[in-house]
Design a protein around this ligand. Structure first.
Ligand SMILES: [Zn+2]
Length: 338
């Protein structure tokens, strides 16, 4: 018994000696690396923070995606601000509504829709964080309150140089207020319709692909659908365009529909995202602007399935919060608030 105890004790002593020798050896190796390569411990530190993100940027596993919110709260945009020299497209989490802010590499600004009147504060918080106090271009895709509800108030105190709207009016206070703000700025709305090219930034091409026709039963089908190209990157913002408008686009300008990033039509409703349309767009990334627990049942699970079948990464503002796409004209980094 005693012998066995001794052997155990000897084994334990050997273990400690091995560990100590390994420690000495690793100190020698690290010192050698620093001596021979000139890499300082500070550089090793910064390389590590570059890999894992720094400050508020928290890296995720997928390489091109970052969770950018500091605390995930809806008004915290600290990690989602436009990047100078790149095209930044931010789909704001405004609940069951749309609001998209676009900043070109040279700092030109565009607003596509503006959320509900109840989400004005959230839009204001983003614009203030991004230091955007004027817009070069505004697009009101169609006059439903989940698209223009917050627009009059957001535009009232800001300069904007041009506003595009489809040729359709709407009998609502929200619509009247928007029209009066446009008049107060001494402007007239420009027609948003197929064939229009929007002057915005020389480095980008901005085209309106819909509405193709001038008479639709559904106000949603009057939605201005906007395409943006920047070098090899492309975005398609489908507004609330439904099946009829999608069919019109497929038959009129199918070649212009293919895009890397799709702002999915009508909050992911089953009334939109028809097979022919999605096949023509064939997006790598899709973003659905949708309110958590909304009464419409958006997004439709068949739409999500159809997008995923295209090997498309789907982002949702109800789950991801505000989503920001940053591109150098070729590669994308996608940042999410949650
Ligand atoms: Zn809508």
């Amino acid at each position: 018994m005693a012998g066995k105890t001794r052997r155990t004790k000897n084994g334990s002593q050997h273990g400690w000696m091995r560990a100590f020798l390994l420690f000495i050896l690793s100190v020698i190796i690290v010192a050698g690396v620093i001596y021979f390569t000139g890499v300082t411990p500070e550089q090793i530190d910064s390389a590590i923070s570059g890999v894992f993100g720094e400050g508020l940027f928290e890296a995720s596993g997928s390489g091109d995606q970052e969770h950018a919110g500091a605390d995930g709260s809806p008004d915290d945009y600290s990690g989602l601000l436009p990047e100078k020299g790149k095209l930044t497209v931010t789909v704001l989490d405004v609940g069951q509504a749309d609001c998209i802010v676009i900043v070109s590499p040279s700092g030109k600004t565009m607003l596509i829709d503006c959320g509900l009147s109840s989400t004005e504060d959230r839009v204001n918080a983003y614009l203030e964080a991004a230091q955007i106090d004027s817009f070069d271009v505004v697009v009101a895709t169609h006059p439903h309150s989940d698209h223009i509800g917050g627009m009059a108030e957001i535009l009232r105190g800001r300069e904007f140089r041009a506003i595009y709207m489809p040729r359709v009016t709407h009998d609502s206070k929200t619509y009247d207020e928007l029209i009066s703000v446009i008049e107060d700025h001494g402007l007239k709305a420009k027609a948003a319709e197929y064939g229009v090219t929007i002057p915005f930034d020389d480095a980008l091409t901005v085209q309106i692909l819909a509405p193709v026709a001038d008479d639709y039963d559904s106000l949603n089908d009057y939605s201005a659908v906007v395409r943006i190209d920047y070098n090899n990157s492309s975005f398609l913002f489908a507004g609330d365009a439904e099946m009829i408008s999608e069919m019109d686009m497929v038959s009129t300008c199918k070649d212009l529909l293919n895009a890397d990033v799709l702002k999915v039509g009508h909050h992911g409703s089953a009334t939109s995202s028809t097979e022919d349309f999605l096949n023509a767009v064939s997006p790598q990334y899709a973003v659905i602007s949708v309110g958590e627990g909304n009464s419409y049942g958006h997004p439709n699970s068949a739409v999500i399935d159809a997008l995923e079948q295209q090997n498309c990464r789907v982002y949702r503002t109800d789950q991801d919060g505000t989503v920001s796409f940053v591109t150098d004209g070729k590669n994308y980094v996608v940042k999410t608030q949650r």
